[in-house]
Design a protein around this ligand. Structure first.
Ligand code: ZN
Length: 265
């Protein structure tokens, strides 16, 4: 595909923003989804099907009915438990180092099936757990890009603070930013940089407000962010990951060869 000099987002905006909220927290369906809907935005809510989901599937069905994406955040929230990694959000007994291709694929297939029963959708994105991008260990460690590409429209890759460039991207390993513990001003600066690049910026957020998760963005900072996105909606497109990825794919943008393998930093 020939590189486009000026990429035009759906309504002529300068950039796209995707807000992804992880771990199926109550604050997401109680406060965040209605707030985004009130501004006519869609977000991505990454669901780990075993926790925060099974207790309240009706709430998530309502979130999906508002047009938001329910992203696949696995069934059991496995993360890598490598000895040299700092201790993260590990769930005992679910270690990505122990996962084979078959086990990973089986788990994601069941998670997709569960989510399909809630939202009726057959296309969605993958929100990686603990931002980890591989399974297995040692010589058998395998990057997930190829597997994600088979099952999903797109997926988050490394947490690398990289703005996605439409002309040079990898759909199964999209770079992203952390939104937890960030001020609105810091996030705004990153979004403005995305605007300068005609790019797509993806944020990973857990809780919104103190007490909602150990990683969270302050409620007021989050509200300032949403108000800013609304005030600037003529130049910033705020939409779920699946919507933005499908828009780019329909515009002819494909994974570029040199971006095909994620950097498991
Ligand atoms: Zn998570």
């Amino acid at each position: 595909m020939e590189a486009k000099q000026t990429f035009v987002w759906p309504e002529g905006q300068r950039c796209a923003v995707s807000l992804t909220y992880d771990d199926a927290l109550p604050v997401h369906h109680k406060m965040v989804a209605p707030l985004l809907t009130a501004k006519r935005f869609t977000g991505t809510f990454n669901i780990s099907a075993h926790r925060g989901f099974t207790e309240n599937t009706g709430a998530w069905k309502h979130v999906a009915s508002l047009g938001h994406e329910l992203g696949n955040h696995t069934l059991f929230h496995p993360c890598r438990r490598d000895p040299d990694r700092p201790k993260g959000s590990w769930v005992p007994h679910y270690d990505l180092c122990d996962y084979s291709v078959q086990r990973w694929t089986d788990e994601m297939r069941v998670a997709n099936c569960l989510l399909n029963q809630i939202d009726g959708q057959s296309e969605r994105t993958f929100g990686n757990t603990c931002c980890h991008t591989s399974i297995g260990r040692g010589d058998h460690e395998k990057d997930l890009s190829e597997l994600i590409d088979r099952m999903f429209v797109a997926g988050r890759g490394p947490l690398n603070n990289e703005i996605v460039r439409p002309a040079s991207l990898s759909y199964p390993a999209l770079g992203h930013f952390n939104g937890d513990r960030k001020s609105f001003v810091d996030i705004q600066q990153d979004i403005e940089r995305a605007g300068d690049m005609n790019g797509w910026i993806i944020f990973m957020i857990h809780g919104v407000g103190k007490g909602t998760h150990k990683g969270f963005i302050d409620t007021d900072e989050h509200k300032q962010l949403i108000d800013y996105l609304e005030a600037n909606s003529s130049r910033i497109w705020t939409a779920s990951m699946v919507r933005v990825a499908k828009h780019l794919r329909s515009a002819g943008y494909e994974t570029t060869p040199n971006k095909a393998i994620a950097d498991d930093a």
